[in-house]
Design a protein around this ligand. Sequence first.
Ligand code: AMP
Ligand code: GLY
Length: 431
Amino acid sequence: MRVLVVGGGGREHALCWALKRDTPDADLFAAPGNPGTAQLGTNLDIHVTAMDDLVQAVRRHHIDFTVVGPEAPLAAGLADRLRAAGHPVFGPSQAAARIESSKAFAKDVMGQARIPTAASRSFTALDPALAYLKRHAEPLVVKASGLAGGKGAVVCATRDEAARTVHAMLAGGAFGDAGREVVVEEFLEGEELSVLALTDGEQLVVLPAAQDHKRLGEGDTGPNTGGMGAYCPVSIATDGLLERVRRQVLEPALQELAARGAPYQGVLYAGLMLAADGTPYVLEFNCRFGDPETQALVPVLPGITAHLRDIALGAWKPREAILSASRAAVATVLAAPGYPDTPRLGGAIVVPRDLEPGTLAFQAGTARDADGTLRVAGGRVLTVTGLGDTVAAAREQSTRGCELIGFDGKAYRRDIGWRQIRRTTERAGAP
Ligand code: AMP
Ligand code: GLY
């Protein structure tokens, strides 16, 4: 089996690792990959949106199926290009990927399919947007509709702040093309959950829920980032809740996309706000695996890559409706000093050859220099996943791994999974 993984972050290193775990004799290729994927297969020096080069590489290397990691190539139509050339691929078409690449489109789909989500309006013109804001309750949320690397949602305490944000997006060019349309929506309270499901467009298998920690600082304080850590499983995401998410969110979304001529194949990621009454409201859909959720999920889902292969090949016959995690996992991101504003690059990284069993180091913002020294080359440098029987044990394992990996100014949170750990301690302490 010859497999290409498109992408070069921690998510793609984790996907490559899982492909090797599940199919040890697979021949792996990554484009562009990173020094971590280079230890598992062959890196191809091709950018994720260089469509012609990617299609050519798939042909030249006789790739049996391709897994697309990031949203940009999906939004640009890579899966369509590969399918049109007869190459199996795991990932949605450009039309179906609009569920992530246009938040305005996603809101429209949700409205039509009656999926629980915050009340909202979308605007391309400034004046009607500002007029609408005048009557909006506070706080409120303004989102750039297009792809903004996870940074396009601004929670605004006041209407004034929202007006400034809308102005910056629609008139000031903030977020470029992604900000030419904005979604203004009601602020929701609750606990956030990431629920991912594999699908061939008809059948659907729900993965264990994960929880992402987007803020830089411990206790979920400080600026938003691309994600500082994630864990699974999450005990509030019972099978009953996941069943409800399937019925009220995932299946209606798939049906509505199919009705619009855009059947969805790949992994559909619902970013949810679980309200106090138990309703799962959708904050966003993503058309791909989450980062860093994937680094927590795939290590505890042995065999998951057979699903990706079978979906890509059009031969999927899943037996379970929900996959359950074999263990608990905590994935902690090691960030560069100065992340997220001005990450300082170039520092040498020391990764001990033998991390403890139950610890995995997935590379992301790393590069090897001419001497072979591993160096910091991006804001999120590595994700260290710890495994354990409980989230608390997994976090200890992950934190120990983070301590053992050395580079100047490394920054990481020691509290990934705190909500789950607090829940279990409370339960243990209850009479
Ligand atoms: P999004 O990119 O839409 O997932 O938004 C990024 C983050 O902004 C989410 O993970 C939430 O923390 C927050 N957020 C987005 N929409 C809302 C909302 N309607 N109410 C409260 N928080 C929100
Ligand atoms: N962890 C959030 C995302 O992948 O979009």
